[in-house]
Each structure stands twice: as C-alpha cells, then as structure tokens.
Design a protein around this ligand. Structure first.
Ligand code: 3PG
Length: 391
C-alpha cells in the first residue's frame, strides 16, 4: 500500500479494525475461519513494515460492559497465531489500561463490542481509542455497514485513517460488478423471504439485465404471475411489490424469469418424496422446495452468456439431496461461466463450499449484512468516513 511504500508505518503504532466475527460451535471451536485468514495480509504488511500492531474485532453481540467468557477473542487469537506463525497475545481492558506493544509485534485487543459506547459510536470512546495509535486501518468490510466506535468514530480522530487491503479489495470487486459491469449483468437473489431482500431486489431491478429469483422469493413472484404455489413459503402481502419489480424490469427491456417447472414435496424434510412438475400444476398441499430441471437448464444457459454475475442465495433447499439440483446446476453454471462473478452471504458461501467451486468465483465477499447493504445501494458508514478523511 501507499503507507508502506512511503515508509510511513515503520515504528508506528498501527490499529487495525478487522472483522474476526467467526462462527463457533458450542465448545467454542471455530467452525469457519475465512475471515481470520482474510485478515492476515494487512497484519503481515504492517508487521513487515516495522509497525507495532494492534488488531481488534467484535465477536457476536455481547452486552456492553459485561464481559462473559464466551465473548472472548481467545480462540481467534490462537487461530491467528497459527496463521501468522508467531505469538498473538490477547489484551484485555485495553481502553482503560492502554496497550503495550513494540515495533514488530502484534497483539489482539479483546472484543471491542464489550466496551461501553462501542455500538453507539461514542465520541469519547472513539477519542480514547484514537490516542492509542498513529495510524488507524479499517480492514473490516464485514462490519462496514455499522457506524460504531472502532469502525467509524475512531476514523475521525486518529492522526491517519485509511482502508486496509481486504476492505479495498472488497470495494474494488463489488464496484467492478455493479459500477460499470460488463453486460449482460445477471443477479441471482434467492432466499426465504422477499421482505428481507426487497430493497436489494428494487435496487438491482434498476441495474441488472436479468434478475433471477429463487427460494421463497420466487414463490412470491410466482404468485404475482398468477401461478398456484400450494402451501409454499411466500408473502402474499408483497405480491404488489413483486409485480412492480417485474413491471420496472420489463420497461427497461430486462427480465425476471419465474420458474416454469418446480420440485415439490408434501412435507419439509430430507426424506420427503420429491416430485417434479410444471409450475402450472402445483397442488394445494404441495411445498415448492426447488426450481425444476427445465428452469435450471434455461437459467444456466443465461448465466453462461452473462458478462457479470452477482449471486446471493441458494434457489432451493440445497441442504436436502432431493432439492439441491437447482442450486447445484446454477452453481456449476456460475463456476463454468467466463463472466466476472461475485458472491456473498452465509447460505451462498455454504453452497460454494458444498460444490467445491470457490476458486471459480471471481470474488467471494467476507461480508454478510455489509454485502447485502452494498447490493441495496446504501452508503457504508465505515467507508464514507474514510472517504471524508481522504478529502
Ligand atoms: C457479520 O457477521 O455480518 C458482521 O460481523 C457484522 O456483525 P453484526 O451484524 O453483529 O454487526
């Protein structure tokens, strides 16, 4: 980075806000460490430049001022130490007591969200934190949609504030997909509810050439198209919104392809007998659990012709073998496509892992909520504050 090239980090106290909020099992073992691995380049860069490095993150949603053992970043410190091949001491009560760290060392500052004022972006807390460092580096794309003391306030008061390599890389990739994309731009937005993704659907409807819907979202669009959906998950009160999205897309000469065939079952379970049928022939007691093979093949063809692909959400209940074909077919189509593809969201990452296509996706976001808010077209406060500092 420029800071390193300019020799600006040597001997400096560098405070890195990372997003190390990773899933753990009941015994406190980390079950997925992508975010920890993604934080390594920024830390290495600062260490190699001779900085005294402090790293912090939130973990979970702890109660402020009430530190409980399960809130501790201790498992993360251990994993980070393995990845860096060096000690990563964990520092508690760092706001009150300050931080003792020497150039060439890295310490992990305990869960920043237990500090009073973190969530509310308290100025007083942000100023105290800013005093700990010479350079503040935000590398937490996953938390960029939150205006908190370590993601926002501190950036106003630190002597220098800048984006780290992961944050920069995420913004580059997402900007490339949605800023000036190679067309056709195809978005796949799936998941259980229209309500949680309505803003994304509306925002993408203004930009994309094809809006592929799946899961419960597709059911609501099937309702809007006057198709029977039996007892499938759908939101009848959002049918008008779905119609408005279809109208907008049609006016733009773009399309929202609704499934022409579906895979149904009578109950929601892994061993429920699956039946493939036309989307016109769904019975009153049917549950739609996947798109059908004809629909999947048609969508795969369109994905194959795309210039850019944005993927959020599996199109069926891919956790159950009988209802995974739609998601699997589209995943393979995305993997085989020459298009620049971006993907994000927990379920999407699980599907990517299941089908082993991670290295065939152009960019996999480390953001959950932040990725969705970016797709919604919202300004990410943690990014906005760095931009205003840069001016
Ligand atoms: C995430 O996992 O999406 C981020 O770490 C943000 O977590 P939060 O929703 O608790 O702010």
């Amino acid at each position: 980075s420029d800071l390193v090239a300019d020799g600006k980090l040597s001997g400096k106290r560098v405070f890195i806000r990372a997003d190390l909020n990773v899933p753990q099992d009941d015994a406190g073992h980390i079950t997925e460490d992508t975010r920890i691995r993604a934080s390594v380049p920024a830390i290495r860069e600062a260490l190699d430049a001779g900085a005294a490095v402090m790293v912090t993150s939130h973990l979970g949603r702890p109660t402020e001022g009430e530190f409980k053992p399960e809130d501790s970043l201790a498992p993360v410190a251990k994993r980070l130490a393995e990845l860096l091949g060096r000690d990563v001491p964990l520092v508690a009560n760092w706001v009150e007591n300050g931080v003792d760290v020497q150039p060439g060392q890295v310490v992990l500052l305990e869960n920043c969200r237990v500090n009073k004022g973190e969530k509310k972006d308290s100025d007083e807390l942000a100023q105290k934190m800013a005093k700990l460092c010479d350079v503040y580096v935000n590398d937490a794309f996953g938390t960029a949609h939150r205006a908190e003391a370590t993601t926002h306030g501190i950036a106003k008061y630190a002597p220098v504030a800048c984006a780290g390599p992961l944050l920069a890389q995420e913004l580059d990739a997402l900007g490339r997909a949605l800023g000036a994309p190679k067309r056709p731009l195809v978005a796949i937005v799936a998941g259980s509810k229209v309500s949680t993704k309505l803003t994304i659907l509306k925002s993408l409807a203004e930009k994309v050439d094809q809006l592929i819907v799946g899961g419960g979202i597709a059911n609501t669009f099937l309702l809007a198209a006057g198709k029977p959906i039996g007892k499938s998950l759908a939101e009848a009160d959002l049918v008008d919104e779905a119609k408005a999205i279809i109208d907008l897309m049609n006016r733009r000469g773009a399309s929202v392809p609704v499934p022409t065939d579906v895979v149904t079952a009578k109950t929601f379970s892994a061993d429920a007998p699956a039946e493939t049928k036309s989307a016109d022939a769904v019975a009153a007691d049917d549950l739609i659990l996947d798109i059908g093979p004809q629909t999947a093949a048609q969508l795969a063809k369109q994905i194959g012709e795309a210039g850019t692909i944005v993927w959020n959400g599996p199109v069926g209940v891919f956790e159950f073998a009988a209802f995974e074909q739609g998601t699997k077919t589209l995943a393979k189509a995305i993997a085989d496509s020459a298009a620049f593809s971006i993907a994000g969201g927990g379920d999407t990452l699980a599907a990517i892992a299941k089908y082993g296509i991670a290295d065939k996706i152009g960019y996999i976001s480390t953001g959950g909520g932040a990725f969705l808010e970016f797709l919604e077209g919202k300004t990410l406060p943690a990014v906005a504050v760095l931009e205003s500092r840069a001016k």
